[in-house]
Ligand binder design. Structure first.
Ligand code: F0G
Length: 451
């Protein structure tokens, strides 16, 4: 495939535009909805003209041995399915992607599932899944000659954007909700040289302000309303298919915040089916925090056909979002694949995070909603024991060390939040103990643990 042709199609009204006609806020001028990147050339190449699936699979695997930066990227090694640049030489990469797929034997046993895996997107260069989408969208910004890029963020997008902008020699502007993001993420934005504004509002307020800024100034918007972000974020679907020898798992479970990632993964799987690379779609389920659950509510109230924004509150600050931009895309991903949308409580998130930690992996709180959601799905009989399930872990444990320490010190949750979970929490807590500098003191501490 060498047709570097793409266009943008409105998700709401279906109107098609050429990429250069998109507005600074990436909203459709007819209906206000978001766009999706599409590749008309692929439609024309059905039947015998289809790309040779076997040759592509071989090529993508071979590239992992290459010393070229673009080949070493777990995003750009699939560049035949990413014809969004006129010149791949403009790609900005930190060797993102190619993230590990881990078996979770203990959680699998506890849940009575044979095949439970975690795809750890926190193992990306800046520690979150955002890198896969940032490499694509920021490369487009560079190719189009922008000098400034910007995002509103709960922390991970800003860390990723700041890093990729720095690599490309672009300037970056970050709007983050004042006091409501994890310190590790703020530190990254500063370290990578972003102009960082801590805005006295929440994430949804930051989005409102930034939308006005990008209309007034020549700045390229890198929030996930930018459809090129989703192009990069679809590639973990390719990696998953490859890891399962071009089969797909039965079920993929994704955390839901601004709701672009679930839609991106669905797009990745859908394109593989269309191109004959895999035979079927997995179910895609989205899990939100109970305090930031507008989509989960909408599935209860109206099967995901209309969403009412909420005022968001959760300690999983990455997904503290009340008015998610991509909710329609995510709802379609869930509906068309036969997945579910649920919410989980603060205690359920904290417990699931500690369980993932106890598997030797760790993740940030927002990622742990996936395991908490799986437990609920299993309890309600939605997932059979023989199914292959993949949890998408979106961020690295060290992004939000305060949360982890507070949990193990017993300072994270209020008593009313712990009700019914006290035993599980006590079993998982591993507080650090303060000891005198003697062998006896250390041995006493050890006896305290092993009984
Ligand atoms: N997990 C983590 C660790 C995140 O940082 C985010 C989103 C999500 C899950 C949800 O993904 O928005 O595609 O549904 N973080 C954004 C940010 C909003 O600004 O970093 P989503």
């Amino acid at each position: 495939m060498n047709d570097n042709l793409h266009q943008l199609r409105c998700f709401g009204c279906g109107s098609q535009i050429v990429a250069s006609d998109s507005k600074p806020d990436f909203r459709c001028s007819i209906c206000g909805d978001l766009f999706e990147v599409e590749y008309p050339g692929w439609q024309a190449r059905k039947g015998p003209d289809r790309p040779n699936a076997g040759a592509l699979k071989w090529l993508w695997r071979e590239r992992r041995m290459s010393t070229e930066a673009l080949d070493q990227s777990g995003v750009w090694r699939f560049r035949e399915l990413l014809p969004i640049l006129n010149n791949f030489g403009n790609a900005v990469t930190l060797r993102e992607g190619n993230t590990p797929l881990y078996h979770l034997p203990r959680a699998a046993r506890a849940l009575g599932i044979d095949q439970l895996y975690a795809k750890h997107q926190g193992m990306n260069p800046t520690g979150s899944f955002k890198d896969t989408g940032m490499t694509t969208a920021l490369s487009v910004a560079r190719e189009r000659g922008f000098e400034w890029v910007a995002c509103a963020s709960t922390g991970n997008t800003s860390a990723a954007m700041a890093a990729y902008a720095a690599r490309a020699g672009l300037r970056s502007l970050v709007l983050i909700p004042d006091g409501k993001i994890a310190w590790g993420k703020l530190a990254q934005a500063m370290d990578y040289g972003a102009v960082t504004c801590q805005v006295k509002t929440d994430f949804d307020g930051c989005v409102r302000v930034l939308t006005q800024v990008v209309k007034a100034a020549h700045i390229y918007l890198l929030n996930s309303v930018n459809p090129y972000r989703l192009e990069g974020q679809k590639t973990p679907a390719f990696e998953l298919a490859e890891a399962f020898d071009w089969n797909v798992p039965d079920h993929v479970i994704v955390p839901g915040g601004n709701l672009a990632n679930s839609a991106a993964l669905e797009k990745g799987f859908r394109e593989m089916v269309e191109l004959g690379l895999v035979a079927r779609m997995p179910r895609i389920s989205v899990i939100q925090a109970a305090g930031a659950n507008p989509l989960a509510r909408s599935f209860v109230e109206n099967a995901g056909t209309a969403m009412t924004p909420v005022e968001a509150h959760t300690r999983a600050t990455a997904i503290r979002i009340g008015n998610p931009a991509s909710w329609r895309k995510a709802a379609r991903a869930i509906q068309t694949t036969g997945g579910w949308c649920l919410d989980v409580t603060e205690a359920e998130i904290a417990i699931a995070k500690a369980e993932i930690g106890a598997e030797g992996l760790g993740c940030e709180p927002a990622s742990a909603v996936t395991l908490a959601g799986l437990r609920k799905l299993r309890a309600q009989g939605s997932i059979a024991s023989g199914e292959t399930v993949v949890l998408i872990l979106t961020g690295h444990s060290l992004k939000d060390a305060d949360y982890t320490i507070d949990f193990h010190r017993g300072e994270l949750l209020r008593d009313d939040e712990k009700i019914g979970h006290e035993d599980e929490i006590n079993k998982l807590r591993r507080n650090a103990v303060s000891v005198e500098p003697t062998m006896d003191a250390v041995l006493a501490a050890l006896r305290g643990v092993v009984g």
